[in-house]
Design a protein around this ligand. Structure first.
Ligand code: MN
Length: 287
């Protein structure tokens, strides 16, 4: 099995002070993960040099993800908001490069959060153009962009794999891939196998988030894991698989609310992380 297995930083910490960075990176390694996904909602708050040093010390890779907000929504009709979003994405891209990463993903094509109106044609054009432009900058550093489609309550731009593949084709860039997340798929897709096959057939299955239906521990909700893992094996997926889970126990100043994390689904990050790691080993890696 050659997949890198990752874990989202919010299992450990809501910020990225030196103490938090040290705790998150050392704990990820101790729990048996290969990669930590940094939540770079505000990329300027990250110390890239410190992060790179800690990653090297613990033999860990890093991915970076973020969701844009109302003031940086690149799918907005307002050119000033789009420009602010592009500036933030450029900073996030610099962070990926400076920590030695090769992946920037998440809701980088629009706002992460509830919309009360549909996407406009103008907003969609802004979003496509933003991703195409960012992909060209990313290519200079060997970085891939992942578009993480989300359920309808968290974006009005991309809700399914099919929409994401069409959007990627519109950007016309080779280093843009689809980022599939089981939590969102469980709400919007009609199956867990077909989207995996479709993304792989397009050569665009680039990154995977494994998240349970309630965002808690894997195997304790309603995601049909056997179907999903079978499909990943069927297409011989070799990319990163990152465990994502959120609880009111670990709160990020904006991300936790954007994701509607109102309940406590676990209290001990290490228990959660080692449990999820064992679940992946048993149900995906050694089957
Ligand atoms: Mn996700």
């Amino acid at each position: 099995m050659s997949n890198k297995i990752g874990i989202h930083a919010l299992v450990w910490v809501g910020g990225w002070s030196e103490r938090e960075a040290r705790h998150a990176i050392s704990s990820s390694a101790a729990a048996g993960y290969d990669l930590i996904e940094l939540a770079a909602i505000q990329p300027e708050l990250f110390d890239a040099d410190l992060t790179a040093r800690l990653l090297a010390e613990h033999g860990l890779s890093a991915g970076v993800s973020l969701g844009l907000d109302d003031t940086t929504d690149v799918s907005s009709d307002d050119p000033d908001i789009v420009a602010a979003g592009r500036k933030r994405l450029d900073l996030a891209l610099d962070l990926v490069r400076d920590v030695g990463g090769d992946y920037l993903g998440g809701v980088i094509f629009g706002k992460l959060g509830r919309y009360t109106t549909p996407l406009t044609e103008r907003g969609r054009a802004h979003s496509v153009e933003t991703i195409a432009r960012l992909a060209d900058r990313a290519a200079e550093s060997g970085i891939t962009l992942g578009l993480e489609f989300c359920n309808r309550y968290e974006t009005n731009v991309l809700n399914t794999t099919e929409q994401t593949l069409a959007f990627i084709a519109e950007t016309g860039r080779d280093n843009v891939v689809a980022h599939l997340d089981t939590y969102h798929m469980n709400i919007e897709e009609t199956s867990f196998r077909e989207p995996v096959l479709a993304a792989a057939a397009a050569g665009k299955l680039g990154y995977v988030h494994v998240g349970e239906s309630h965002r808690g521990q894997l195997g304790t909700g309603s995601v049909p894991w056997a179907e999903f893992f079978e499909a990943l094996h069927e297409v011989d997926y070799r990319g990163t698989i990152t465990f994502e889970s959120f609880s009111s126990e670990v709160v990020h100043p904006t991300l936790s609310s954007a994701l509607s994390i109102w309940r406590n689904l676990w209290t001990d990050g290490m228990d959660l992380a080692t449990g999820a790691r064992a679940f992946l080993k048993q149900n995906y890696e050694t089957r």
